[in-house]
Design a protein around this ligand. Sequence first.
Ligand SMILES: [Zn+2]
Length: 85
Amino acid sequence: MTAPAVEEPWAAQRDASWYSRPDVRTVKALHVAGREGREGFYSRCGRSVLNDNECWDLAEVPPGLRCRSNGCRQAWPVEVTEASR
Ligand SMILES: [Zn+2]
């Protein structure tokens, strides 16, 4: 079982980038993951299945790595400290 036993949403990268075209030069965006049923992991923006081997807390993901697509964007926690500028 690699699935995190948390109810809070978490962040993950897309799974597809592992094998087809490993892109190690660009910074990978992190998506907000959701759960579907018992074993489905998907990104909130609906793009892809996510890699569930590595998970981040949403609050730990730097704003520059956050997926800004519709769906993920609304799921990120609001940055109170820096967003108030
Ligand atoms: Zn996304």
